[in-house]
Design a protein around this ligand. Structure first.
Ligand code: SF4
Length: 606
């Protein structure tokens, strides 16, 4: 059998010390040297060029071996047993076109090791991947997306005895980290780590444990289960059972435990970039408040919902029924947050008291300045001192109720006019017991860019993103800065104050039915929403009645062919109402921390 591999100078050591010495079959070996220089680290200089080189080698190999089967292997892997007969069996089973090792429990295939049948389908697949690398700068995401949506392509997984560091637990690993090793392993791929030393360390660890026999593997795995739980390996086993899933299967509706329900679409400020202030949002979504009677009925009818985010288009504190909403959620053990942001300019004493008394979990305050002069440039009509006074009041109440809730965050949107006050704001946040987050401004998302930043190095540092604006972010990452908003459609659907299901916090163009009238499940199972999900995964064409068609995030995905991936919207654990009840009862920070620790340990064992 032919085995093809590519390597750069940075990976020569892995090839010579681990990959080649571990080969146990008599392959017809073809090694291709890529002359690109660089550290070889993921997404660093030269890495994308090396990935493009690899895809071109594969395209050439498919043409040269037409009708045959060959194996491709990265050099950061090692073998423990002969593999050739199992590779042949795997690709012949169902006459597959390609069989890869499972990359992670959500079902992604790894491009690091696979057997491939050279035919028109695999040629088309790798030509498309080669094309996608020019915009996405990596192969794995595009490869999985294309495999899932290419009609006629027969793709599958190699047995779990071919595994990588993330196959059973998808976490980035440092030197010394443990990972689950299957019984009688054949091949190990040292991925899910960055840096050659870390890769060598993973290869060394796997070799040592496997070399000590089944007892050592069992002991290693027992420690892994205790540390990381059995949830992810369970998902990996399910992925093996289900086989490679099509995008439509990821669109299937579920009962999300977390939703976002806007407490208000009205706001008292006139921020220049805000579509609420300009009246654009009001035209389609209306201007009003979430009503207590709707909130109560919603919580009663959807007993599986345990977490609700209350802020989006408007100012939650303007809702006159906010204290009663907080009280009712507390009684029904539903945890509330105001994470998206509140300006906190007008908050009645009753609302601030309810916030702490009924244990709102988190409150993010939008304060783009450290003085009235600077703050009011963007937060037009806002009063800086009043906001700070309201935060001090919340802190006083937290002490009085002896409660750690709400956790407070100072959200600072960086503009040209306020960048000089970031440092002062950060220090003030610390004094007020608040976390601090410096965010990129909206640029031209909702109209002409307002007060663009000028000290780019400062913003690159302060945001921790290495970029100074959304355009630079998109250029660098190949995705919109707010691409994660699309994940809300699956993980935390956004609902307007009047009950209209919007899907995400960006959409103000249309809806998917009214959850107050028809129930959340009926809206989540609508044909229109299923179509929108398929669009977001790049499976369907844009359709005029689907709101995403009007959205710049969708246009960015379309241009860059960078769609929502199944692993990004795979179900995550969200605490239920029983855990909320426990948190509501505990009255002291230490008790809550201890309870969280115990609960986390218990979660890992189940
Ligand atoms: S593309 Fe659709 S789901 Fe994504 S942010 Fe835009 S409107 Fe929301």
């Amino acid at each position: 059998m032919k085995l093809i591999s590519t390597y750069t100078d940075s990976h020569r050591r892995l090839k010579d010390e681990w990959f080649l010495p571990s080969l146990q079959d008599h392959y017809d070996l073809s090694l291709f040297h890529c002359g690109v220089q660089g550290s070889g680290n993921y997404m660093e200089a030269g890495w994308s060029e090396a990935v493009a080189f690899k895809s071109q080698v594969l395209i050439d190999a498919i043409k040269a071996n037409w009708g045959g089967v060959f194996v491709y292997a990265d050099v950061d892997l090692e073998f423990f047993q002969p593999a050739e007969h199992i590779l042949r069996e795997s690709i012949e089973d169902g006459n597959k076109d390609i069989v890869c090792h499972l990359d992670d429990p959500s079902g992604n295939l790894s491009t690091g090791f696979f057997a491939l049948r050279a035919n028109e389908r695999t040629l088309k697949l790798w030509e498309e991947v080669r094309k996608a690398i020019t915009t996405e700068r990596r192969d794995q995401h595009a490869f999985n997306r294309l495999v899932r949506r290419m009609d006629g392509l027969r793709a599958g997984y190699l047995p779990s005895r071919f595994f990588g560091a993330g196959t059973f637990h998808p976490i980035q690993r440092q030197a010394g980290a443990r990972f689950l090793i299957p019984h009688s392993p054949i091949m190990f791929h040292a991925n899910w780590t960055v840096g050659l030393d870390n890769k060598a360390d993973l290869l060394q660890r796997a070799k040592r444990i496997v070399g000590h026999g089944p007892g050592a593997i069992a002991a290693n795995n027992a420690i892994c289960y205790l540390r990381h739980g059995v949830g992810e390996p369970h998902r990996a086993r399910a992925a093996y059972r289900q086989g490679v899933r099509r995008p439509a299967e990821w669109s299937a509706p579920r009962r999300p435990r977390r939703v976002a329900l806007d407490a208000s679409t009205a706001c008292q400020l006139k921020c220049p970039s805000c579509p609420t202030a300009s009246g654009v949002v009001g035209k389609t979504l209306g201007t009003g408040f979430l009503k207590l009677e709707h909130f109560k009925a919603f919580l009663d009818a959807h007993a599986w919902i345990s977490q609700i985010e209350l802020s989006n288009w408007g100012e939650a504190f303007l809702n006159p029924e906010l204290p009663h909403i907080l009280a009712y959620a507390y009684r029904r053990h539903v945890a509330l947050t105001i994470d998206n942001g509140a300006n906190l300019n007008h908050a009645r004493a009753e609302a601030l008291d309810a916030l702490v008394k009924y244990r709102l979990r988190r409150l993010s305050c939008s304060i783009d300045g450290a003085s009235q002069e600077t703050y009011a440039v963007y937060r037009v009509r806002g009063n800086f001192d009043r906001v700070i006074e309201n935060i001090k009041t919340i802190n006083r109440l937290k002490r009085a109720y002896r409660s750690p809730y709400p956790a407070l965050q100072w959200q600072f949107v960086a503009f040209g006019h306020n960048q000089h006050e970031i440092g002062t704001a950060r220090a003030m946040a610390k004094d007020l017991g608040m976390a601090f987050r410096c965010k990129l401004s909206w640029d031209d998302l909702y109209g002409p860019a307002f007060s663009p930043v000028t000290d780019r190095a400062l913003i690159q540092r302060e945001t921790g993103l290495g970029v100074a604006d959304r355009r630079e972010y998109e250029e660098q990452r190949g995705r919109s800065y707010i691409a994660a908003a699309c994940h809300q459609v699956w993980l935390s659907p956004q609902i307007n104050a009047d009950g209209r299901l919007l899907g995400c916090s960006v959409n103000h163009w249309g809806d998917y039915g009214n959850v107050f009238a028809d129930g959340l499940e009926a809206c989540l199972t609508s044909e229109k929403l299923a179509y929108a999900k398929a669009m977001l995964m790049g499976e369907k064409e844009a359709r005029p009645d689907v709101p995403c068609t009007s959205c710049s995030v969708y246009r960015s995905m379309l241009t860059r062919d960078a769609w929502v991936r199944p692993d990004e919207v795979a179900p995550r654990y969200v605490e239920g109402r029983r855990m909320n009840l426990l948190r509501n009862r505990l009255r002291n920070k230490l008790a809550i921390a201890a309870c969280e620790k115990l609960y986390g340990m218990w979660r890992k064992l189940i």
